[in-house]
Design a protein around this ligand. Structure first.
Ligand code: ATR
Length: 276
């Protein structure tokens, strides 16, 4: 029986075992997915333990996504650029790291829109780790215009400087972004503002009109509809919550591990039921 899991601290509340174990069962794959509570001081030991135990693959979550990188044998190009690994696969004893968070976000948006993202004029709100993964993944997907707005302008500027791929990007303050908010086809909210338990939080109040065809996506999934998404909906935009990013990062990890595509609708149902 193959062994999979997720390393994090804390880890109790992870929904990953629910969705992966269900997919293994449905697809008759003889495997189990476990929670591994790994404290920072034991991360290297845990990675070596995974090698020794021939664990087939694992996810990596907070606070280990960057710190794990030196302990792996090989890291995919996009994960290196993002500077974070959330998925590790064991190929003949070699542990190879990937990042499926950013690509999972992109896949979720693509499935929602059903059209290529290449021409979407995009605004990312926030310039932290989540923004970085989404930004580089969107650029890699071929999106050519992506502005970044952030509470601390310097952080937006420095994120743009670090992008290893070709893209037209401007760093904006929230005020500057609001002035041109009607120009964007895709707006992605990546800050923690509005996340449970501080559900009244917002990166900024949306003023002015949005395009009616604009898609506003918030990577938060608890609550399912943030204040920011409520405001975007009131302005007539389409909205999208963070469940897809979670589901598709898992689906892409599952594909890396097994070479097979899980039923993402089923994964989404499990997450929604658990949250509800
Ligand atoms: P993550 O890995 O989840 O992205 P992070 O790397 O700590 O977390 O990044 C947090 C991001 O959310 C940053 O862009 C931060 O803005 P600053 O660079 O100005 O710190 C943003 N952020 C956090 N709380 C916020 C709030 N209440 N309003 C606006 N932006 C916020």
């Amino acid at each position: 029986r193959e062994l999979y899991g997720v390393m994090g601290d804390p880890i109790r509340h992870s929904m990953s075992p629910d969705i992966h174990n269900d997919a293994f069962k449905r697809m008759n794959i003889n495997a189990d997915y476990h929670l591994f509570h790994v404290i920072p001081a034991k991360l290297e030991d845990a990675v070596n333990g995974a090698r020794a135990l021939k664990i087939s693959g694992f996810n990596v979550t907070v606070p280990h996504k960057t710190k794990i990188m030196p302990f792996l044998d090989e890291i995919d190009e996009l994960a290196i650029a993002i500077g974070a690994v959330n998925t590790v696969v064991n190929r003949n004893g070699r542990l190879i790291g990937y990042n499926t968070d950013g690509p999972g976000f992109v896949r979720g948006i693509y499935e929602k829109l059903g059209t290529p993202l290449t021409n979407k004029r995009t605004l990312i709100i926030g310039a932290g780790g989540a923004a970085r993964g989404i930004y580089f993944s969107l650029v890699k997907e071929g999106v050519t215009q992506i502005d970044i707005c952030n509470r601390t302008l310097e952080n937006a500027k420095s994120l743009i400087k670090q992008c290893p791929y070709q893209v037209a990007s401007e760093a904006l303050s929230f005020e500057e972004a609001l002035k041109k908010i009607a120009e964007y086809d895709l707006i992605v909210q990546t800050t923690s503002a509005g996340m449970s338990p501080n559900i009244s939080g917002l990166p900024f109040e949306i003023r002015g009109s949005l395009q009616s065809s604009a898609l506003v996506s918030d990577i938060i999934y608890n609550p399912l509809e943030t204040e920011f998404l409520k405001q975007a909906k009131e302005k007539g935009a389409m909205t999208h919550n963070g469940i897809d990013m979670f589901v598709y990062q898992a689906a892409l990890a599952f594909e890396i591990w097994t070479g097979r595509t899980p039923d993402t609708e089923m994964m989404r149902n499990i997450v929604v039921t658990k949250l509800g």
